[in-house]
Write a protein that binds this ligand. Structure first.
Ligand SMILES: *Cc1c(COP(=O)(O)O)cnc(C)c1O
Length: 291
């Protein structure tokens, strides 16, 4: 498939759910844009892949943890667009459904120690990687680059964002949130899934033209990749009630956070709320015993 022909990715649908009494709650289903390359990871990859194709690179290298939604999406995109993909995975070699898929779709996996992984964004390390793997196009972890932001500006492309008083989105590194903020004038509220990570807030405070944001740090449920039984129970009842599956790393924490803030009366001025479902459901397979 030609990389420039992405017309087969339909605009994300919007579901109205009866989640918060008295508020029109719409969910933008990025989880449904593609059966595999789902969610915000497609938006983050898109212009990275275009850039690679422009400089005629046919092999792409990137980084991630063993359950990485990003590597998973990249591996499938590689298969779809006929690109060789290389994944540098943090930590000792393991097997799980995420990495199994990556391998099946042709991604070459290399496991590196946590110490080595920390070096991944340094120039000497990138040089070494370029030499070792035959000059691939390097995409930073998570697709978090200016190309990633460029893609995330398209998340609201087919949405009348002015019709909402507030847009909620989960935050990891913040690329998605930056893309959203720069593409709408509606206030945006981000829910961090990392413990006490203020790095996005620091970036935003230096961009005075982007003042229409708020950040919440109260719903990390133990930090990145961590969860509690309460969170899993919430996911399960949410799915039963609204037929929408959430992921345990990002979207479940955000939805639970929204519910709590609402119950504390913090959404009293809100009539129309848009919530971005960023996908990431493949990672739930590690909860097989739960579902
Ligand atoms: C990666 C990811 C995020 C976080 O995106 P950032 O751009 O890093 O903030 C949110 N939700 C899901 C499902 C993800 O996979």
């Amino acid at each position: 498939m030609d990389i420039n022909n992405t017309a087969h990715f339909p605009p994300a649908s919007i579901d109205r759910i009866d989640f918060l009494e008295g508020i029109n709650v719409d969910v933008l289903r990025l989880d449904k844009i593609h059966p595999i390359i789902s969610g915000n990871k497609w938006f983050k990859l898109k212009y990275n892949l275009f850039a690679a194709s422009e400089v005629q690179k046919t092999s792409i290298l990137s980084f991630g943890g063993a359950y990485s939604n990003h590597l998973h999406a990249l591996a499938y995109a590689g298969k779809l667009f006929n690109l060789k993909t290389i994944g540098i995975v943090r930590g000792e070699e393991v097997e799980n459904p995420t990495l199994q898929d990556c391998k099946e779709w042709g991604m070459e996996l290399h496991f590196v120690s946590r110490e080595e992984y920390k070096e991944k964004d340094t120039e000497p390390y990138k040089q070494k990687v370029m030499e070792t793997f035959g000059e691939p196009f390097i995409i930073p972890e998570g697709g978090d680059s200016d190309f990633g932001i460029m893609g995330c500006k398209e998340i609201l492309k087919d949405v009348d964002s002015k019709a909402y008083d507030l847009i909620c989105a989960p935050i990891g590194r913040g690329t998605t949130f930056l893309g959203l903020l720069t593409s709408t004038t509606t206030s945006c509220l981000g829910f961090s899934s990392l413990k006490n990570d203020r790095s996005l807030e620091q970036i935003l405070s230096q961009l005075p033209s982007l003042g229409h944001w708020k950040m919440n740090y109260d719903f990390d449920f133990g930090g990145f990749g961590q969860h509690t039984d309460e969170l899993l129970e919430f996911m399960s009842s949410f799915k039963a009630q609204y037929q929408i599956e959430l992921d345990k790393v990002y979207t479940a924490k955000m939805f639970k956070g929204i519910q709590n803030l609402y119950e504390n009366g913090e959404f009293e001025s809100i009539q129309n709320l848009l919530i971005i479902h960023t996908g990431g459901l493949q990672g739930n397979r590690s909860l097989a015993s739960f579902y």
